[in-house]
Ligand binder design. Structure first.
Ligand SMILES: NC(=O)c1ccc[n+]([C@@H]2O[C@H](COP(=O)([O-])OP(=O)(O)OC[C@H]3O[C@@H](n4cnc5c(N)ncnc54)[C@H](OP(=O)(O)O)[C@@H]3O)[C@@H](O)[C@H]2O)c1
Length: 274
């Protein structure tokens, strides 16, 4: 797919792999909508893109640790655009951002579940009219190989919390949502896939976890760009990729009953079922 002139929103693009992808998309002539919490980091990215003589991206500031923040982002994008060719749900926090202890979102949900999964779930639903308008269009959920089954008796991990489990649960939730949404969108011309970009890229979340990076943002970024623009991906939907290759996710992803429980819970928590 030629991304030139296409409108592409990438959440969490003020840093890390999202920042790399935003720059690459701008270089290929896309209308890039960047997002993050920090206006100064967004300005630094905009300056870099303009220094390379590419069109300035539009910055949307929103904190996805509250559902109101996700709603505000969706409203702003909907106000400014009639169509969205690609939505890359990439914003996230790692296992240790903000410390090793359990944290909660503004809505009282376990923080990794809220930022990494629930906000992307809500955004995808609220942006669907715009994404459908641009069909054939794509949704790309940036997940991970780090996956932990969801304990439906304690989704918010109130007992035996650890950051790695919280992160991995949120990433599996994204993959489960991808499979469900692909089913729902069959025949609409919108595809949705998830991927693990690369292992331990040199980014803020990896460094915050005290982990020595073993891959680059370029490696992970190219895998994301392939989901966005690769011709061999057109028409493929509901799949999980490890880098460039299709892969199997944790078995819970293929459990239709578990996915239904997650979907019902997510609709309720986001207020979408009302
Ligand atoms: N790094 C890896 O090795 C790796 C491996 C597998 C999957 N991934 C996935 O790749 C994605 C990007 O990760 P990364 O390594 O590039 O991370 P990163 O460098 O830490 O960047 C994270 C991005 O998400 C944004 N973000 C964080 N919390 C937010 C919040 N509450 N509201 C809005 N935006 C928020 C950050 O914005 P600010 O600038 O405002 O902080 C930043 O732009 C994540 O989904 C991650 O799970 C990464």
């Amino acid at each position: 797919m030629d991304v030139s002139g296409k409108t592409i929103l990438i959440t969490g693009s003020t840093d890390g792999v999202g920042r790399y992808v935003a720059r690459q998309l701008a270089a290929r002539g896309a209308k890039v909508l960047i997002h993050g919490r920090d206006a100064a980091r967004a300005k630094a990215l905009t300056d870099d893109i303009q220094r390379d003589r590419h069109a300035a991206p539009t910055f949307y500031q929103a904190d996805l640790s509250s559902l109101a923040g996700a709603r505000q982002l969706a409203s702003a994008v909907t106000r400014d655009h009639k169509r969205l060719d690609v939505f890359i749900s990439n914003a996230g926090i790692g296992s240790q951002n903000g410390g090793a202890g359990r944290q909660t979102s503004a809505d009282g949900h376990e923080l990794r579940f809220a930022v990494n999964y629930l906000s992307g779930f809500l955004l995808a639903h609220l942006l669907l009219p715009l994404i459908k308008e641009a069909a054939p269009s794509r949704i790309v959920n940036v997940a991970s190989l780090g996956q932990h089954p969801i304990d439906f008796d304690d989704v918010m991990i109130t007992k035996g919390y650890n950051g790695s489990r919280a992160y991995a649960q949120s990433k599996l939730a994204q993959i489960m949502f991808t499979i469900d949404l692909a089913e729902e969108l069959k025949g609409s011309g919108v595809t949705v896939n998830s991927l693990h970009p690369a292992t331990y890229m040199n980014t803020t979340m990896v460094r915050a976890g005290g982990i020595t990076p073993i891959s680059t943002v370029e490696q992970g970024g190219e895998a994301i760009l392939h989901r966005v623009a690769g011709d061999d991906v057109a028409g493929k939907s509901g799949l999980f990729f490890n880098g460039m290759n299709e892969a199997r996710a944790n078995p819970q992803a293929y459990d239709a009953a578990a996915r239904k429980r997650l979907r019902m819970l997510s609709l309720e928590l986001t207020g979408l079922s009302a």
